[in-house]
Design a protein around this ligand. Structure first.
Ligand code: PMP
Length: 423
């Protein structure tokens, strides 16, 4: 078998659909906690975490043990055919974790996109309405409905023709780019006035901190205004916590910091430390709106992934990872702010807990995606895996495992500082 990144890239080019892009021309051999080794033996600090999947690090021993134990029992039955305890236990744990002082139930699926797709199905069935309000810059997945809800068209839905209807786009509050909270609220009211009456809207779907959109944080005050609006009109508030959930923001779910509860919450990614499980948790009466057989899927709530997720929840308790998330976030924001103080191109440092980003601007004050790409590439050459995001592609985001040591995180940030100094 070919062993170099270059030759594997060539084979990949010939074998894999073009739409599956590659941010880093690296093929992984092995990974442990916050470190990745490629097929050429090069070592990297992982600040990408498989896009927010590895809050408990690569191959956490406890997660691996739990999955091994499950492998010895059974790997698949399909929960709708033959039920198993890890599925139910995970739902119970999630019900207890998701904010909201009401009876909750949970549905498990496999990916974040499916979770959001199902949240919309549930909201539609529960309200008897079809409309959905989503936000500019929002990202909700790659299924047809979630593509409709996702703000960015290129590359996600470009060239695919008509998308599912009934999605209305409000503005996400982003003072840095000239959208105040009042503007954002006014944009929702505008939808009610011009496009769809509130009685036709099933759900308002929002990421408490936008992920792919650029790590912009919605304020508690804004969430409370949305909550009040939803209550006024009988609309369900859906928090898409696929990227913010599982401790990334310093609480297990970001909505815990917003002072209001969503009716439905989606989760995925880090919930199972690298194994594919996702879901929707919400008000029991809404979750029960769909008839038996209407929800599920062959692999939905795989026993292996449920075992992993239960282990992840234990690791959070045992290693006090919520406190770690907060203190790691402070450490990273402080260091990035110091780098920004010496470099005018870094126009903003922000985030919630350990969901941290900085945004880059050119001398003309415009978003600088080119510089961002150069920083990401240079960091890779120096042994650090970074990711960018944002609708202008000018945001560098950090999703380092919460289990990384301070030394590893500082080493990664040293590389970020060196990249800015050299570019
Ligand atoms: N919602 C949010 C907020 C996300 O960040 C993502 C993935 N980046 C999704 C939904 C889709 O999740 P998946 O890729 O697992 O389908």
């Amino acid at each position: 078998m070919s062993k170099t990144n270059d030759s594997l890239m060539q084979r990949r080019h010939n074998a894999v659909a073009r739409g599956v892009s590659q941010i880093h021309p690296i093929f992984v051999q092995r990974a442990e906690n916050a470190t990745v080794w490629d097929v050429e033996g090069r070592q990297y600090i992982d600040f990408a975490g498989g896009i927010a999947v590895l809050n408990t690090g690569h191959r956490h021993p406890k997660v691996i043990d739990a999955v091994k134990r499950q492998l010895e029992q059974f790997t698949h039955t399909c929960f709708q055919v033959l039920a198993y305890e890890p599925y139910v236990e995970l739902c119970e744990k999630i019900n207890a974790r998701v904010p909201g002082n009401f009876d909750k139930k949970t549905l498990l699926v496999t990916t974040g996109s499916e979770a959001v797709e199902n949240a919309v199905k549930i909201a539609r069935a529960a309200t008897g309405r079809a409309g959905v309000i989503a936000f500019t810059g929002g990202y909700h997945g790659r299924t047809m409905m979630t593509l409709s809800m996702t703000g960015k068209v290129v590359p996600y839905s470009a060239g695919m023709g008509l998308m599912p209807g009934g999605v209305y786009r409000a503005q996400f509050p982003c003072p840095l780019h000239g959208v105040s909270e009042d503007d954002a609220m006014a944009s929702v009211e505008r939808i009610f006035k011009n496009d769809a009456e509130p009685r036709d809207i099933a759900a308002i779907v929002i990421e408490p901190v936008q992920g792919e959109g650029g790590f912009y944080v919605a304020s508690p005050a804004f969430m409370q205004r949305l909550r009040a609006l939803c209550d006024q009109h009988g609309i369900l508030l859906v928090a898409d916590e696929v990227q913010t959930g599982a401790g990334r923001t310093g609480t297990f779910f970001a909505m815990e910091q917003m002072g209001v509860a969503a009716d439905l919450t989606t989760f995925a990614k880090s919930i199972a430390g690298g194994f594919p499980v996702a879901g929707v948790c919400g008000r029991a009466e809404a979750m029960d709106a769909i008839a038996p057989g209407g929800l599920g899927g062959t692999y939905a709530g795989s026993p292996l992934a449920c075992a992993a997720a239960l282990a992840v929840m234990e690791v959070f308790e045992e290693e006090n990872l919520l406190a770690r998330s907060q203190c790691l976030g402070e450490l990273m924001r402080e260091r990035l702010s110091a780098i920004a103080a010496a470099d005018k191109r870094i126009g903003d440092v922000r985030g919630l807990g350990a969901m941290v980003a900085c945004e880059l601007f050119g001398a003309d004050g415009k978003p600088d995606a080119e510089l961002t790409g150069k920083v990401v590439a240079k960091a890779r050459d120096k042994g650090l895996i970074l990711l960018s995001c944002g609708q202008y592609g000018n945001v560098i985001r950090i999703l380092v495992p919460l289990t990384a040591t301070d030394v590893e995180v500082q080493e990664g940030l040293d590389i970020v500082a060196a990249c800015f100094a050299e570019l």
